[in-house]
Ligand binder design. Structure first.
Ligand code: VGL
Ligand code: ZN
Length: 210
């Protein structure tokens, strides 16, 4: 199923940041391997938006900010279950910077998320309370961008939540799975694929994006 890219399509490149790549504090296995493909894909789109995980020091999602807790434990926050992470993507650190190989000079917007200390934010649309908006839906609507292709890190967290929320907001969503990698905690990659299938969120091979 080849898809012709049009002026109302946008590529959303999720969190291709040093901390999510090998050597980073929350490294996604093979996270850096997607960079050349993401660059090539981006070259086919007129419109590209990047997201950047952007936490203040001692963010509530860090295990280090929750006494007695370890990274990857799940705890209950006022808005529901929350995985506790190693410290990562702290504002203005090298870990929060985009991977050095990411080269998308025509990216139109960088949307930062996770900057409220008390709420984590996986999705590019809503924080983890699923009600606080990032502003992306309004931006896309005003720009007439109606179909979102997704790439980046991590498939089972920020890409998954962005896909589901984008779908819920009425956008057409296409996940370019080859241009993603997952963290895979307790079957979370399979759960992401099931969630996409249930919502008829399309998957596409990178070569079919033309
Ligand atoms: C992410 C965990 C914590 C992601 C961000 O980009 O998938 N995962 N913060
Ligand atoms: Zn984060």
């Amino acid at each position: 199923m080849a898809e012709k890219i049009t002026d109302s399509d946008v590529l959303l490149v999720v969190d291709v940041q040093n901390d999510f790549c090998p050597g980073g504090s929350l490294a996604v296995p093979g996270g850096d391997e997607i960079v050349p493909l993401v660059n090539r894909l981006a070259g086919r789109f007129q419109h590209v938006i990047l997201t950047q995980d952007w936490h203040p020091p001692a963010h509530s999602s860090f295990a280090s900010a929750n006494p007695g807790r370890q990274p990857f434990e799940v705890v209950t926050f006022p808005y529901g279950p929350q995985v506790l992470w190693p410290d990562h993507c702290v504002q203005e650190t090298r870990g929060a910077a985009f991977h050095d190989g990411l080269h998308i000079p025509h990216a139109e917007l960088i949307i930062r998320k996770g900057y409220r200390r008390a709420i984590d934010s996986y999705s590019a649309f809503f924080e983890n309370d699923r009600t606080t908006p990032t502003g992306l839906a309004g931006y896309l609507r005003e720009r007439g961008l109606s179909r979102i292709f997704l790439a980046g890190l991590a498939l089972d967290f920020c890409v998954r939540y962005s896909a589901e929320d984008g779908h819920r907001c009425g956008f057409d969503i296409v996940v370019v799975e080859e241009a993603t990698r997952g963290i895979d905690l307790n079957g979370s990659v399979d759960a992401a694929r099931r969630a996409f299938a249930e919502r008829e969120i399309a998957a596409i091979a990178a070569d079919d994006v033309t």
